[in-house]
Each structure stands twice: as structure tokens, then as C-alpha cells.
Design a protein around this ligand. Sequence first.
Ligand code: AHG
Ligand code: MN
Ligand code: MN
Length: 347
Amino acid sequence: MIHHTIKHKVTTLGGFILEEQRAYPWATGELSGLLRDMGFSAKIINRDVNKAGLVDILGATGDNNIYGEEVKKLDIFANKQFLYSLQNNGECAGAASEENDDFISFPSQPKSSQKYVVCIDPLDGSSNIDVNVSIGTIFGIYQRISRGGPCVESDFLQPGNKLVAAGYIIYGSSTMFVYTTGQSVNGFTYDPTIGEFCLSHPDIKIPRQGTIYSVNESYKYKYAQAVNDFIEYCKQIDKETGRPYSSRYVGSMVADFHRNLIKGGIFLYPAMKGHPHGKLRLLFECNPLSFIVETAGGKATNGKERILDLVPEKLHQRTPIYIGSEDMVNKAMEFLNAKEEIATIGT
Ligand code: AHG
Ligand code: MN
Ligand code: MN
């Protein structure tokens, strides 16, 4: 008899989710179902991102979303696709999306518990759609608080420390699905030849200290002096700390975040004149990525408080954010704490 050793065991996203579920004997499989649905939608969006140049899906719809930003067609498509699959899966009671003014409550389904709600940025980095630069999807999953009937707003206004799972998909030079249920962060790369996300980055840990800083420096004259002092620090020459750090800013938070997660680095979107809460949305962008970064050993703060401890007051709330390698975020906070003016910027 010939014994064959199978050398390359491929773990698919679906297989991994099930394996993770087995570690919790009490798990009902509903969260697993929800995560698998996110993976399925990701494949559909990926298909359309890839053929975006070929079909009439590119370009603006002519509408603005509630932030007054131009809405691209692919944003709308991605939003519909995710909401549609969440609505049909039976595990999800409702969703709040960056693209919708209000949350959506899904019709109740007999025999389904619908115990989760989802917050989602269906297409992050939309200004990069037309120019072949990485874009993404960001999502967070919470247990709903209300019982039975339609969802209520407080189901969505939960602090990030209540997240059950969070993840992102990056449609880049390759497409990846990265998620965590709070134990470890795992990354899966899409193999289009078999149509599966395959485990490629198990148990991701962010380096304590990196050499990359990501910030839109064009707002220099709108930032507080303390922010500019930190940026200046990143540029100074210092052998011991590896400075000057490299500046990398894609303009899709999910892509900047992903790179920094793997290589180590800090991403900041501070408060600025006219925008006292910065730009990024607490529910749709900051909380899910903060949950991921903390699980990977990193840190996320608004300059004063841990992002995950902020109690949201409204769905589309924005917050300044400093996120990434722990030592780098701590260093940024040292600068911020040294100057009081940060508290009043933009007001
Ligand atoms: P979205 O496409 O979902 O509106 O998000 C864009 C966000 C974020 O991804 C990115 O980091 C940031 O906007 C870029 O903003 P600036 O152009 O102001 O730097
Ligand atoms: Mn976004
Ligand atoms: Mn978006």
C-alpha cells in the first residue's frame, strides 16, 4: 500500500468558520451562517469590482448620500447586495449602513432567531473605484438588544466593546476577507480558480512598533498643533526608532489599515477645523477596525478615549481616530496629551 501525505491542506473560509464554531459547543451556528453570508456577498462584489471597467457600473449616480458625498454606482450596488443577503439569511434582524439615513429592520422570519444586527460600510474608499486603487467593505456584528418585533435604534447604538464579530474585505491586488470573533484575527485570500477564500494569514498580530504613518497631510493647516507635532516627529531622523517613518496614504481606510495591520504602522484621521469629529464614522468604520486591531494586539483611540468604549449617540456619528501599532498610538497620544488645544479644535 502506498501512503500519501497530503502536504497542502487548504482551509476555506467556510471550513474555518465551522471549525471555530466547534470550539463553542453551545453555539447555534447562526453567527457562522451570518459570516458565511458576508463571504458570499464579498465574492459577488469582488466580481463586479473586477469588471467595473467593462460595464456601465462605473461613474456617479448623480445623487449625494447623507454626508453630501457623491454616491458612486458601485456603492449602491454593494449596499444592496449586502442588505439583500443579510435580509435573507434569517440570522440578522436588521442593518445600519453608511449609505442609508436610517437603520433597516428586516421582516421577521418564522423559525429564525434573528438575534444579530449588522453595521456596515459597504464600499469604503469609493473615490478610488474609478482608478483601480484598492477599496473595501467593513462590517461589525452585534447581538440585538430588543426582543421580537422590529429592531430599535438602540440595537445599533452599542459601544464597540459589545461587538461579537467584525471584519473587512479588501478588493485589492488580491481580494481578502479578514475577520475576528474576538479570539484571533484571521485573513483569507480569494482564489478565483476555485471560488473560495482560503486561509492565508492565520492569527494576525500587528507589530508593537512599525515604520509607517498614514495621514492626509494636506489638512496640515486645519489640524491642531499637537497633531502636526506628531507628524513632524514621524519625519525626524532617529536611527534607534527607525525614523523617518514612511508616509503611506491610499485614501481607502480599509487598505491603509490592512497594510499597517500586517506591517505595523499608525493611521490617523484627526479632528480638524470645521470638522471637530474628523470624518470617519464610529459605527461603520472605526468600531469594527478597532475591534480587529485590539484583537491583533494593537490600539485605537480618539486621542483621549478607547474607541471601543465610546457610547454612540447617533448612527452616523463621526470620531477622530488614531489606530495601529500600540507603541505608535501611545506616542501620538503623548503629543496630544501634551497640548490642551486638541479639545477645542474645530469649534
Ligand atoms: P467612504 O468611501 O466609505 O466614504 O470612506 C472614505 C474614507 C476613508 O476610507 C478614507 O481613509 C478617507 O475617507 C479619506 O478621506 P480624505 O480624502 O479626507 O483623506
Ligand atoms: Mn468608508
Ligand atoms: Mn462607504
